[in-house]
Ligand binder design. Structure first.
Ligand code: SF4
Length: 359
């Protein structure tokens, strides 16, 4: 049998156009619940290889300026980055591993187990119910690529939060990479809390946290309100969507006061954004929110981002770049260059409707 080393895999990953590669051994997942454990998918697994690709800083420029939305969805989120830019080279890496006689199971980095999955029965006695889906961010920590910052976003020393991950589970035994020291990237500055207009990220004073332990290290982050996060990100928040202002005169919905679950928030925001509506004089486009529909269409995406991670990503990397924590630097200085825009949560009704000015 031909020898395959960790360095050979890492060199191959980089040669395929990915930016990051780290390795966890399966023992680092011993405390993971069966519904999120790679060993539930591949019981003979010995290693989890996590790969990453940067999100371009420039993908957010148009949203930060309030002028252009499609790039982030298309190049930085589900359009191409999550579905092609990471997955093609990851698939080639899995083929490379199998060429050496080791089984390689590539994983789609979707959303982790929800109630829908947990309602199902296991197909084998004592096994996990389908679909098992591991937390790709926790896998990234276990592979030594970074840590989960206060805003629950994965942070690396190279790019801060500007990264997306995917992984391969394999029965090839590899030495795990060293874990990153907790809090070596996130300094608990709370800029993410300030930047999140949905108030989805708790302040550290609230002491709402999630903790995990991997080997001898404990990682802790804020217990993000995923309902508010989802509402805002996926287009249920007029503060971050000029498209709602155009198509919903009279809208008065304050995301910061909502207490929906993540699933309920998806139902609400996706329905408004995806669905057609009969053309009429008042709304001739044929869509409930035309701008969100075109974002999804132009992005050719299975998902779309309207709010553009204002606090958890943009405020965060702006801060980490300023502080010199991130390896990649830019000639043009700070990302946030001027007073940030936010629209009113309340849209004037049809009678008083006029162009909204940013507050
Ligand atoms: S902005 Fe980034 S570095 Fe600061 S607390 Fe939030 S996640 Fe941590």
């Amino acid at each position: 049998m031909k020898t395959l080393t960790k360095q050979m895999i890492k060199d191959f990953v980089i040669s395929q156009g990915l930016d990051l590669c780290g390795v966890a051994n399966i023992a680092r997942f011993k405390d993971a619940p069966p519904s999120m454990n790679p060993a539930s998918i591949f019981p003979k697994a010995k290693s989890v290889i996590v790969v990453g690709k940067r999100i371009l800083r420039g993908n957010w420029r148009g949203i930060e300026e309030g002028t252009y939305w499609p790039s982030y969805t298309y190049f930085g989120y589900h359009g191409q980055l999550n579905t092609t830019f990471i997955h093609t080279p990851m698939f080639e890496t899995a083929c490379f591993i199998e060429d050496f006689g080791f089984e390689a199971a590539p994983l789609y980095p979707g959303v982790t187990a929800s109630d829908r999955e947990l309602l199902r029965e296991p197909l084998r006695k004592g096994g996990a119910a389908p679909d098992v889906n591991i937390s790709i961010r926790i896998a990234g920590v276990a592979a030594g690529l970074g840590e989960i910052g206060w805003a629950k976003v994965f942070l690396t020393k190279q790019f801060g939060p500007r990264v997306r991950l995917a992984c391969i589970i394999t029965d090839l035994e590899l030495a795990p990479d060293p874990l990153i020291e907790p809090n070596s990237i996130c300094d608990k500055c709370m800029q993410c809390v300030k930047g999140c207009s949905a108030c989805a990220i708790p302040h550290r004073k609230e002491q709402k946290t999630v903790k995990i332990r991997i080997d001898d290290k404990t990682y802790e982050w804020g217990d993000v309100h995923m309902g508010r996060c989802t509402l805002s990100y996926h287009g249920g928040d007029a503060m971050n969507s000029p498209f709602i202002h155009r198509d919903f005169p009279g809208w008065n919905f304050d995301v910061t006061q909502q207490d929906m679950s993540e699933e309920a928030a998806y139902k609400f925001a996706w329905t408004l954004s995806q669905q057609p509506w009969g053309k009429c004089k008042e709304f001739p486009s044929g869509w409930i929110i035309e701008g969100h529909h075109y974002l999804l269409k132009w992005g050719e995406a299975g998902s779309f981002g309207v709010e553009g991670s204002r606090g958890c990503m943009r405020s965060c990397f702006n801060h980490l770049e300023k502080k010199g924590t991130i390896g990649q630097t830019f000639h043009n200085g700070d990302f946030i260059k001027r007073r940030r825009w936010l629209l009113p949560a309340k849209v004037p009704g049809p009678k008083q409707h006029q162009a909204n000015s940013p507050v």
